[in-house]
Design a protein around this ligand. Structure first.
Ligand code: PEP
Ligand code: MN
Length: 344
């Protein structure tokens, strides 16, 4: 359940309620307004674990509403929409977040050359894989720990934030010291040990949808991270496995619109893995923004055909720059039409 305190409730009453709650086994999160006053508290599981006195008290102190029983913290019942702050950048409905870079970091020179174009395109994030979970054990596995360092320093040099996939909790300390956004890949969406470990940090996380995960399973994966204490979760649709072999995956545009009705978590799109073909990346990126995606992640390379992984879906740098421009225009049209419609 969610308790939003009435404005006339005193700070002492609010603190007393939270103190009493701390004496119970009910798990909860407390939120504050800008002045650090306690404004509300979410409790889960629901009413059944609260002593009747406390429920009665809650009803006098504020407005009590139900939260989704399976994913109370990820649910839209908690709040209509939210954002995740990364440094000075806000990922959420008001801004279009662009993340771009190679599938895998191949060398410092490769990353530097790509980063120049990513920064020039107006993207805010440089991406690049350090540990690549490849289908074949003989395929390039990534440069590992030294790539994390390269990504961090290269991104900083260009005024970009970094986003990098973490495949094991064993690697987490190396990421936490220098990476701005942790990515959980499709293959690890239900790696619960990893989700719990990331949940114990405050570092923002981009949680990709598993390739055959339902929306419900995806939200439960997000709930793992949220319920372990990390509120900074961003979702990313990256295509699902369907019966169609002509594209690598089937980008699920429904997910973008539907998730916005189920959760307050910011929603991004990855049209590179969603299609697997560079000619489809632009159209699907635009469709995702038109459907309400708050950001787009793309794979970009200075020599796409020479990419050591995912070459077929890599965009060249000038195509990416044009796409980034088009996506920003589209986002402006979308947000302007929404705000001008609201004014009428
Ligand atoms: C990636 O972004 O490089 C990646 C491996 O993505 P996914 O987990 O969506 O396949
Ligand atoms: Mn890739």
């Amino acid at each position: 359940m969610k308790l939003t305190f009435h404005t006339q409730t005193t700070q002492a009453q609010r603190s007393a309620f939270v103190c009493a709650l701390q004496q119970t086994h009910v798990r909860h999160v407390v939120w504050h307004d800008a002045s650090r006053c306690i404004t509300g508290v979410a409790m889960w599981p629901g009413h059944e674990m609260l002593v009747p006195d406390m429920i009665a008290q809650a009803e006098t102190l504020g407005e009590v509403t139900a939260l989704h029983p399976d994913y109370p913290l990820a649910s839209i019942d908690l709040k209509p929409s939210g954002h995740v702050q990364v440094g000075a950048h806000r990922i959420g409905p008001d801004t279009l977040t662009l993340m771009a870079g190679p599938c895998a970091i191949e060398s410092a020179e490769q990353l530097e050359a790509i980063a120049v174009h990513v920064a020039a395109s107006g993207a805010q994030f440089l991406r690049g894989g350090a540990y690549k979970g490849r289908t074949s054990p003989y395929a390039f596995q990534g440069l590992g720990a030294k790539a994390i360092e390269m990504l961090s320093t290269t991104a900083k040099r260009h005024g970009l934030y970094s986003v990098c996939e973490v495949v094991s909790e064993v690697h987490l300390p190396a990421y936490l010291s220098c990476i701005d956004v942790l990515q959980v890949g499709a293959r690890n969406m239900q790696n619960f040990t990893l989700l719990k470990a990331i949940g114990q940090t405050q570092t923002p996380v981009l949680l990709k949808r598993g390739m055959s995960a339902t929306y419900h399973e995806w939200l439960l994966a997000a709930e793992y991270i949220l319920s372990h204490g990390n509120p900074n979760v961003i979702l990313c649709e990256r295509g699902i496995r369907s019966f169609e072999p002509m594209t690598r995956n089937t980008f699920d545009i429904n997910a973008i619109a539907l998730m916005r009705t189920l959760t307050h978590l910011p929603m991004m799109a990855d049209p590179s893995h969603g299609t697997g073909q560079r000619a489809l990346v632009g159209p699907i990126a635009k469709a995702a923004v038109a459907a309400g995606a708050m950001g787009v992640m793309c794979e970009v390379h200075t020599h796409p055909d020479r990419s050591m992984s995912d070459a077929a879906q890599a965009l060249d740098c000038s195509s990416y720059q044009q796409l980034a421009l088009a996506l920003n225009v589209l986002h402006h049209v979308m947000t302007d039409s929404v705000s001008s419609a609201a004014a009428h």
